[in-house]
Design a protein around this ligand. Structure first.
Ligand SMILES: Cc1ncc(COP(=O)(O)O)c(C=O)c1O
Length: 347
């Protein structure tokens, strides 16, 4: 039987969380002299002198309705990177516990592990970038607290098989973190609908990709209410600024625009893939369910350097596992993609 408290670090279980001034009061006060704010206002057209809602209630209510979950099953973070870091703080004892990642994958899982002094176990994806379920299961030990699964995966771009992920969620004694940063571009179904079925599942999403709001730094974690309670205990009290909360609420009202942009990016992705195939130095283009493509070339370093001279920056992934010769190219606007293709023609 899954007992969440057994996985949570003892110091976090016993923590008395910081109680912010506004958390202790929910009535209709007229004068706030409790939080050492500046009552005189801000040197801006709009005032930001008051601390923001620590629990981002309005945002959560809207997102909960769309996803058919409760507001209490959502954590809003300063990017999903904050959620990743907090998972380490909640579950992983430094120098004792370990996590499992499936390279090639998003780099912050390993960086957060290093920062938190937590060991990293690796079970590489297969040659076609699928999960090696047997290798993953063989790698678990009693101190393995988190398994990170990124789908669609960065940098390969493919969605991982739904059934493989489900098998792991069912069989792993620890927390399975499914990172869905690119889910809006994917044909696959989100795992958010599974959080009521699996008490060890955490699903990450972000406003940085399909929503086009990377500069605001807002990401989401969906999980059981009990897991989200631990997120709320360890997070900094006011982790999402008022301006970011306002902008997200505004953006949530423009979802149809996001749907249109996603459709355009997906169409542009397919056009880009077709055009890239024409180049003799492109040896393989991996199928993508994201807003980028992984392209295998005959000489990634030379092409990367040449593009930099052309003032075009792509991501050189040629030195990481299973990605020899590979560049990761984000799908740009039609004009940007055209400029990229024109530059490549000069090679
Ligand atoms: C797979 C994946 N997860 C998470 C993130 C971080 O997202 P955020 O901007 O929400 O911190 C990225 C950013 O590139 C990513 O590729």
């Amino acid at each position: 039987m899954f007992i969440l408290e057994k996985l949570v670090r003892e110091n976090v279980r016993n923590l008395t969380p910081y109680s912010s001034a506004r958390k202790e009061f929910s009535g209709a006060a007229q004068i706030f002299l409790d939080a050492n704010e500046n009552s005189f206002g801000s040197p801006l057209p709009e005032n930001f002198n008051r601390y923001p809602d620590p629990l981002q209630t309005a945002i959560k209510e809207k997102i909960a309705g769309w996803n058919d979950v409760e507001s209490t099953q959502i954590f809003v973070g300063n990017g999903s990177d904050e959620a990743i870091d907090l998972l380490f703080r909640i579950f992983c004892r430094p120098q004792t516990d370990n996590i499992l990642i499936c390279p090639p994958t998003y780099g912050m899982y390993a960086v957060s592990a290093e920062i938190n002094d937590v060991k990293i176990k690796r079970a590489n994806l297969t040659e076609d970038f699928e999960l090696d379920v047997t290798a993953i299961k063989n790698a678990f030990d009693t101190n393995t607290k988190l398994l990170f699964v990124c789908s669609p995966n960065n940098p390969s771009g493919n969605s991982l098989r739904h059934d493989d992920i489900l098998k792991l969620v069912k069989d792993f004694h620890g927390i399975v973190v499914v990172d869905e940063a690119y889910i809006h571009f994917s044909r696959e179904k989100s795992f958010v609908s599974e959080i009521n079925n699996f008490p060890n599942l955490v699903v990450l999403q972000t406003f940085s990709k399909a929503w086009g709001l990377a500069g605001l730094r807002v990401g989401l974690a969906f999980a059981s209410e009990k897991i989200i309670e631990f997120f709320n205990r360890v997070k900094p009290p006011y982790n999402i600024s008022k301006i970011a909360q306002q902008a997200i609420l505004h953006a949530l009202g423009n979802k149809s625009q996001v749907d249109r942009t996603v459709a355009e990016i997906v169409a542009e992705r397919e056009r880009l893939i077709e055009s890239l195939r024409e180049f003799s130095f492109v040896t393989k283009i991996y199928p993508s369910d994201a807003n980028f493509v992984l392209v295998k070339t005959t000489d990634a370093n030379a092409i990367y350097k040449f593009l930099l001279e052309e003032k075009i920056v792509v991501r050189n992934r040629s030195s990481i596992e299973l990605c020899a010769g590979c560049l990761r190219i984000t799908v740009g606007t039609p004009d940007e993609n055209e400029m990229l293709l024109n530059s490549l023609k000069k090679l």
